[in-house]
Design a protein around this ligand. Structure first.
Ligand SMILES: Cc1cc2nc3c(=O)[nH]c(=O)nc-3n(C[C@H](O)[C@H](O)[C@H](O)COP(=O)(O)OP(=O)(O)OC[C@H]3O[C@@H](n4cnc5c(N)ncnc54)[C@H](O)[C@@H]3O)c2cc1C
Length: 348
C-alpha cells in the first residue's frame, strides 16, 4: 500500500476542477483497509485528518487548493455468483469495479436488471450512495445488500436494502452514515429469464419508444435496450473525457400541482411526470432552459448547449466559477418559476 502526497485532483475528477489531495491511497483489498487502520492509529501525521472515499470522481465538485484529507481511491475488484435459482442470480461485486463494464457483463450473461442503467460513469461502490438511476430504474430495485467497512471501528458488516433507506438520488450513505463507511462489495439480484421484456419501465419513455420505432425493432433484446440507452445518452450527455462535467447538476424537483398549473399558463404544451394527485416531477433541465440559461457562460463554466441540466468546464474552471453558476441558475429559475433547485453532486 503506497501513501502518495499532494496528488492532483483534476486527474480524479470528471469535471477536472480542484487542487491537490494531501494524502492519497489506492485501496484494492480489505487487507489494505486493515493496514491503513493500523497506520492511522500509530502515525502522528494522520491524527485528526479525515478520510474521504473516492470512486471515479464523476459526482463530486472538489475545491481548489490543498484538501487536507486521506483520500481512499477504491479499487476493490470482484464478481462472484453467490446464489442461483431457476429465476434469478445473486452476484457480489467489488466496489472498485467499473459500473458500466459490469452492466455489459451481466447483459452478456442474459441477466436483466441493469440494462436501463447503461453508460452511467463511475464505480459499483458509488452506486448505492446516491441510488443511481435512469429511465425509470434505480439500483435499489435490484440491490440485495451492501458490505461496508466501518472506518472508525475497523469492522466489516452488511446493510440490507431496506436499511440503506433509498430515496430519489438518496440513501443512508448521504445522510446519517455519511463518512462512516467504505462500501467494499455490493450484492445484486438479477433476473435470469425476462419473458415479457416490454414490462421494463424504460418503455414508458417516449425517446426510447421513438428509437425502437425508427429502427423498426419490435421485441428488443436486453442488448438492444442497452444499445438504445447508450445511443440516446450519447446525444444528450457530453462525454466527460472530451467535455469535463459531472452529469446532471441539479435534481429534478417534485413540486405542487399549484406551481405546475401556473407554469402551464405560459407553457400549455409542457409535459411533466405525474407523481401523485398533488405532486409533479418537473425536469430541472427544462426549467433551466426555459429560464433562458441554455448555453450561458459563468466564467469558465457554462450551461451545456445541448442539455441545460449539465454544467461543463470549458478549461481551467474553479470551484468559485461553479458556485457562481449554481447560485445564478438557482436564483433565475426561482424568479421565473418559484421553484428552488437542489444540486445533485457532492461539493468538497
Ligand atoms: C456524463 C455523466 C452522466 C451521469 N449520468 C447519471 C445518471 O444517469 N444517473 C445517476 O444517478 N448518476 C449519473 N451520473 C453521476 C455519477 O455517474 C454517479 O453518481 C456515479 O455513481 C458516481 O460514481 P463514482 O465512482 O464516480 O463516485 P464518486 O464521484 O467518486 O463519489 C460519489 C460519492 O460516493 C462516495 N463513494 C464513492 N465510492 C464509495 C465507496 N466505495 N464507499 C463509500 N462511499 C463511496 C463518495 O465519497 C462520494 O460521496 C452521471 C455523471 C456523468 C459525468
Amino acid at each position: 500500500m503506497i501513501i502518495q502526497e499532494y496528488v492532483d485532483i483534476k486527474d480524479y475528477s470528471t469535471l477536472r476542477v480542484g487542487g491537490q489531495f494531501r494524502y492519497f491511497i489506492v485501496i484494492d483489498s480489505l487487507e489494505n483497509l486493515n493496514s491503513l487502520y493500523a497506520i492511522a492509529q500509530s502515525e502522528l501525521r494522520f491524527k485528526n485528518i479525515p478520510i474521504f472515499v473516492l470512486g471515479g470522481g464523476s459526482n463530486i465538485v472538489f475545491s481548489d487548493g490543498i484538501l487536507n484529507f486521506i483520500v481512499l481511491k477504491i479499487e476493490i475488484k470482484g464478481f462472484e455468483i453467490i446464489y442461483e435459482s431457476d429465476k434469478y442470480i445473486d452476484i457480489k461485486i467489488g466496489a472498485g469495479e467499473n459500473w458500466d463494464e459490469i452492466v455489459e457483463k451481466t447483459i452478456q450473461m442474459n441477466l436483466s436488471g441493469f440494462e436501463s442503467l447503461s453508460a452511467i460513469p463511475g464505480t459499483v461502490g458509488a452506486g448505492p450512495v446516491q441510488n443511481i438511476g435512469a429511465y425509470g430504474s434505480e439500483v435499489k430495485d435490484t440491490l440485495v445488500e451492501v458490505e461496508v467497512y466501518d472506518i472508525k471501528n475497523n469492522t466489516i458488516s452488511t446493510i440490507s436494502n431496506e436499511d440503506c433507506k433509498f430515496g430519489y438520488r438518496d440513501s443512508i450513505f448521504k445522510n446519517e452514515a455519511k463518512g462512516k463507511y467504505v462500501i467494499t462489495f455490493v450484492t445484486y439480484r438479477l433476473k435470469k429469464e425476462l419473458k415479457n421484456i416490454d414490462i421494463l419501465p424504460v418503455f414508458k419513455y417516449p425517446g426510447v419508444m421513438k428509437y425502437f420505432e425508427e429502427k423498426n425493432i419490435q421485441n428488443p433484446t436486453l442488448q438492444e435496450v442497452r444499445t438504445a440507452i447508450i445511443n440516446i445518452r450519447k446525444d444528450k450527455l457530453p462525454n466527460p473525457k472530451e467535455i469535463p462535467n459531472v452529469g446532471s447538476f441539479f435534481k429534478n424537483p417534485i413540486v405542487s400541482n399549484e406551481i405546475v398549473n401556473k407554469i402551464k399558463i405560459e407553457f400549455p404544451n409542457s409535459n411533466f411526470f405525474y407523481i401523485d394527485e398533488n405532486h409533479t416531477k418537473v425536469p430541472a433541465g427544462w426549467l433551466i432552459e426555459n429560464a433562458g440559461l441554455k448555453g450561458k457562460y459563468f466564467g469558465n463554466i457554462s450551461v451545456y448547449d445541448k442539455n441545460a441540466l449539465i454544467l461543463v468546464n470549458n478549461g481551467n474552471a474553479t470551484k468559485e466559477d461553479i458556485l457562481n453558476a449554481k447560485s445564478e441558475i438557482i436564483k433565475m429559475v426561482n424568479e421565473k418559476f418559484e421553484i428552488v433547485l437542489e444540486q445533485e453532486p457532492e461539493m468538497i
